[in-house]
Design a protein around this ligand. Structure first.
Ligand SMILES: *Cc1c(COP(=O)(O)O)cnc(C)c1O
Length: 629
């Protein structure tokens, strides 16, 4: 329903989900606000794109805002700091960033830099991630937490890294891993820092409910835990066991689930302490969510808490449990990934063309046309707000009958084209009547089937894999013309040849919708769309469907005076690069193509001077961007 006093863009709900960082400017464009300079006006995102375009950097691209990464690192650390001070908690907070959430060097390097004042460390879930972590100069007080299944090589590297002053914690996932650790200790004679991963039985609601609790693939149950303690004690390594870890799951929607899980983790901690295990660190894993929809509710794509509340809940729950059991307050560790990086990246692409499901005008019925064509055209004569459903039914009936007649050969191509166009014109009239009415119409639902298709220059599989795979919702908005009321509704289709490559669920101010309000495409300029909060998980989970490769990635910093600074540009994959991923040698392909050209010249089917044109067309393609240029 429309509210006549609202700004035309209020339908998108940017105020709700924009976190005060993304907003609509006076000029009707999406703007980025600088968290370090809250008084400065928002800087226009299309303006940034125009500037980048002048430098030859084209969409589709991922735009990374370093200032937002810094802001989140600071926010989490300062919120834990504030909760610790307020509660009188005796331990410190030491966050670690889980590398798997965004492994890009540009992201990890900056997290290490911005995290330095807070001793923010890294979490590695595999050997390659540990290798990346150990290439960074971390603060002496920060941690590297090693999770995941580990072989002797992994454990050896983690243990040896202590010689360089790294606080590398090997978190034991199973009794078998404890055996490997004991063997490596005997081999190297270096005491490791150890952790144990405890499987909590509390289930966490949300997208990952099924794999939480008992059915989690990770961590040990009480029986395994006790046997690991006995193993370590027997091997003389119990003094190395400093950290208890449990990961609650990702995107936890309900803060009360966090509280319950933390309470359960504390029970293990105090019990292990009673057993004489010298634990000093309680690691609560990831799970802090992102409010993608801005609803502030415990739903799959939202959360019912703020960063401050999350931190306060953790600190208070641990303080209470430790005090009750008379155990010293441990250092608190969390492994927030999504909450740290999601906001800092946005995907930007241009719309290439549209398929419209209505028409601005209709042709005349010809004298020889089938009578159903005139019946169809006559519907417009009785179209009125009160008879919308009836007109819809009639128009659809005649159109379908005519299609059947066409298939059987009673109606020819030009007559069918006239009928389709008359139908589309009727649909335009019906859409206009619905849009100008304040009442909820009985044809609203049917109209969704007539949403336009906007064909966009991106690959869902490469750039938004979670939208495809797990129905993740991200805010999506046109970046310009927001001072004009959107006059159309569309679903977005990507550039792959896969019918799954579409987006048909959108976040709007008053809930989700199967279509997105958009503007008629301007004729002389690009129409850009932005997909927000894509910094977590999307970049590496993406795949090469149809061989669309990585997009350009640009990192910028927002300057206090309102401008921006280009920090880094990573050019997207070229066609030859994606060919190499699938084991084609671009040189061999050029040679094979050249051979065919030469044979065609030899046989006389191609002129000699066409050779250059054909070869440079092939070469230009192979060296170019995989997306629409
Ligand atoms: C994936 C993962 C995380 C990150 O979770 P978020 O929900 O992104 O914060 C943290 N710890 C472990 C062990 C993980 O596997």
């Amino acid at each position: 329903m429309k509210h006549p006093t609202d700004a035309p863009h209020s339908i998108y709900g940017v105020e709700k989900w924009g976190k005060g960082l993304i907003e609509v400017t006076e000029g009707g464009e999406i703007g980025l606000r600088n968290p370090r300079a809250p008084e400065a006006p928002a800087i226009s995102l299309p303006g940034i794109l125009r500037d980048l375009e002048e430098r030859g950097i084209r969409s589709p691209m991922i735009l990374r805002v370093a200032s937002y990464l810094e802001n989140e690192i600071r926010h989490i650390n300062e919120s834990f700091g504030a909760a610790i001070a307020r509660t009188g908690y005796k331990g410190a907070y030491r966050g670690v960033f889980p590398i798997k959430v965004n492994q890009q060097a540009q992201v990890i390097d900056r997290i290490v830099e911005y995290g330095m004042p807070y001793h923010h460390g890294l979490e590695a879930g595999s050997k390659p991630e540990l290798v990346i972590a150990l290439a960074h100069r971390l603060s002496r007080e920060s941690l590297i937490v090693c999770n995941g299944i580990k072989d002797a090589e992994f454990i050896r590297l983690a243990t040896l890294s202590r010689k360089l002053g790294f606080n590398t914690v090997i978190v034991l996932e199973s009794p078998k891993e404890a055996e490997t650790v004991i063997q490596v200790y005997k081999e190297l004679g270096i005491e490791p820092i150890l952790g144990v991963r405890v499987k909590l039985t509390n289930q966490i609601s949300g997208k990952w409910e099924e794999s939480s609790g008992d059915r989690s693939a990770f961590g040990m149950n009480t029986d395994q835990l006790v046997s690991v303690i006995d193993q370590l004690r027997a091997a003389g390594l119990i003094q190395c066991l400093k950290l208890q870890h449990s990961h609650l799951g990702s995107q936890v929607p309900d803060v009360n689930d966090v509280r319950r899980a933390v309470g359960e983790a504390c029970r293990y901690f105090t019990e292990l302490t009673k057993e004489g295990v010298p634990l000093t660190h309680l690691d609560l894993g990831g799970g802090m969510g992102v409010d993608y929809t801005g609803e502030k509710k415990a739903t799959e794509n939202s959360i019912n808490y703020s960063v401050e509340e999350y931190c306060a809940n953790v600190v208070e729950t641990v303080a209470y449990a430790m005090d009750e059991a008379e155990v010293a307050h441990p250092t608190l560790v969390t492994e927030s990934g999504r909450a740290v990086v999601a906001t800092s990246s946005m995907l930007v692409f241009n719309v290439l063309e549209s398929t419209l499901y209505d028409a601005p005008d209709a042709p005349q019925v010809e004298p020889d046309d089938h009578h159903m064509v005139s019946d169809l055209a006559a519907v417009e004569g009785y179209l009125s707000p009160a008879r919308l459903q009836e007109c819809w039914n009639d128009a659809t009936f005649y159109r379908n009958e005519l299609r059947a007649l066409f298939r059987r050969g009673y109606v020819d191509l030009r007559q069918m084209a006239r009928a389709e166009r008359i139908y589309l014109r009727l649909m335009a009239r019906i859409k206009a009547l619905v849009a100008s009415s304040d009442e909820v119409s009985d044809v609203d639902d049917q109209l969704e089937k007539l949403a336009d298709i906007y064909h966009c220059n991106f690959s869902l599989f490469q750039s938004l894999p979670d939208v495809w795979a797990i129905d993740q919702l991200h805010p999506i908005v046109p970046l310009q013309m927001l001072d004009h009321a959107p006059d159309r509704r569309a679903v977005l289709s990507d550039i792959t040849c896969d019918s799954d490559g579409k987006i048909d669920r959108f976040i709007l101010a008053d809930g989700t919708s199967p279509s997105l309000p958009v503007h008629t495409l301007p004729e002389d300029e690009e129409y850009y769309m932005g997909v927000f909060f894509v910094g977590a998980y999307q970049e590496t989970l993406g795949d090469l469907h149809n061989l669309f490769g990585d997009t350009n990635v640009v990192t910028i910093d927002l300057k206090p005076d309102g401008g921006f600074e280009l920090l880094h540009e990573q050019e997207g994959d070229t066609i030859s690069e994606v060919m190499a991923y699938v084991e084609f040698d671009p040189q061999d392909c050029v040679a094979a193509f050249r051979k065919m050209v030469d044979e065609a010249i030899a046989s006389g089917s191609l002129k000699a001077n066409d050779r250059k044109t054909l070869m440079s067309a092939y070469r230009d393609s192979i060296n170019g961007y995989t997306y629409y240029e």
